[in-house]
Design a protein around this ligand. Structure first.
Ligand code: NAD
Ligand code: MG
Length: 391
């Protein structure tokens, strides 16, 4: 019997890569639902190719537009509750969580609560609501598999029955980072870089928000927090190393001095195929790595002056409570303002820093408190941006 899959964020970069892999195995996977916010052209093509039972879009207008074009047998729904339903429908076996940002929290959490096999790309959901999310997974018996290439690499390098810190001889997790497009840009020029330059990642082709996060290295900061939740490890045990070639996707260090790494070409179809097939393996469509052509692997420490967002994320991880919620929300607001041309690149970090400096932390015990903290931090970040715009 084929497994039924919902792809949240199907019209994005991870969504497209997921459909590429799934489409290679029509006997093994059946696309149940696709979701996308607004890219009707992409969703139309995907519906024609994969014939899902239903598709969810972001607005009534988008739903009307899509319904007029696609096969009348495909139901078209819109809005947040429809996303939650697509993620938790009793018929669904696998949910790819690939909506970008806080918008993915509710449906991703719904998939975890419904006991699905959750393929997690939407790291922001885990950063915001790590405790709620991990509790939901353990109560429902959901299977949580990381899609983020670093965490998928760590997952592959851990012992199969690993369950936490110092267990099975694991001493540290080492996340690799490319350093993004501005790794060697003169520091004095960073204030003037454009959104197009920030989105031109040297090794990966990704959505705009994660591309900017990679350029500031906030992405790696979010990934440190993500690793702490996924692998039950303290932030102080998660290292970051810059590896410009993006060939080693991350490493696990053991007490005996061994370090295990996962290598491969930088193509998200590898972690996607791994998580779809786990514990088996299946072809992803990606060529195997040519070690001789790769020739060299370089490593360096991240420069904290160049990448202040990394230190801010560590500060939020260590402060815990709802500091990661504030970090994520302020960053989403600042990145959107940068992409819209309203603030400069270096003001992303200053905006996040101001929000964290003024943040009064508290433990987010339930979803409502996470949502309230998210809203409060967004308001604070927006107030900072008003001040910045007046300067
Ligand atoms: P993307 O911008 O290409 O796609 C985002 C998807 O989310 C789209 O389908 C879009 O329609 C949907 N979306 C956006 N706003 C929405 C909203 N308000 N409500 C509902 N849907 C909405 O992003 P991406 O690069 O595919 O990244 C998706 C997630 O995966 C992010 O959390 C990112 O950090 C993570 N991730 C991506 C990569 C990568 O290589 N692209 C790698 C690792 C992790
Ligand atoms: Mg990553």
């Amino acid at each position: 019997m084929s497994a039924k899959i919902t792809i949240l964020g199907a019209s994005g970069s991870i969504g497209e890569s997921t459909l590429d892999v799934v489409g290679r195995y029509p006997e093994r996977f059946r696309v149940f639902a696709l979701t996308g916010h607004s890219r009707i052209d992409v969703l139309t093509r995907q519906c024609q190719r994969h014939m899902p039972e239903y598709v969810v879009v972001g607005s009534q207008a988008a739903a009307v537009e899509l319904k007029a074009i696609i096969d009348p047998g495909i139901k078209v729904l819109w809005g947040e509750q429809a996303l939650v339903d697509a993620a938790s429908d009793a018929d669904v076996d696998i949910v790819m969580a690939a909506i970008v940002g806080a918008a993915g929290l509710l449906p991703t959490l719904a998939a975890a609560r419904a006991g699905k096999r959750v393929l997690l790309a939407n790291k922001e959901a885990l950063v915001m609501a790590g405790r709620l999310f991990m509790d939901a997974v353990s109560v429902s018996g959901a299977t949580l598999l990381p899609i983020d290439s670093e965490h998928n690499a760590v997952f592959q390098c851990l012992p199969p029955d690993y369950s936490g810190l110092d267990h099975k001889g694991v001493s540290r997790i080492i996340l690799s980072a490319s350093g993004g497009p501005f790794r060697t840009t003169p520091l004095a020029s960073l204030a003037q870089v454009t959104p197009a330059q920030a989105c031109a990642h040297p090794n990966w082709s990704m959505g705009q928000k994660i591309s900017v996060d990679s350029a500031t290295m906030m992405n790696k900061g979010l990934e440190v927090i993500e690793a702490c939740w996924l692998f039950n490890i303290a932030p102080s045990k998660v290292d970051v190393v810059i590896h410009p070639q993006s060939i080693i996707h991350s490493l696990v260090s053991y007490v005996d001095g061994s370090i295990l790494a996962q290598l491969g070409n930088p193509d998200m179809r590898i972690p996607i195929a791994h998580a779809l097939a786990w514990p088996d393996r299946m072809a992803s469509g990606v060529e195997p790595l040519d070690l001789v052509a790769t020739a060299r692997l370089d490593f360096e420490s991240p420069d904290e002056q160049r990448f202040p967002c990394l230190a801010l994320a560590r500060q939020a991880a260590t402060s815990a409570q709802d500091f990661p919620v504030a970090l994520n929300a302020a960053n989403e607001v600042a990145v959107a303002a940068f992409l819209a041309g309203r603030i400069g690149f270096t003001e992303i970090a200053t905006t996040v820093a101001r929000v964290l400096d003024d943040w009064q932390g508290s433990e987010p015990g339930d979803l409502l408190s996470v949502q309230q903290a998210d809203k409060r931090a967004r308001d604070m970040a927006m107030a900072c941006l008003e001040v910045t715009a007046q300067c």
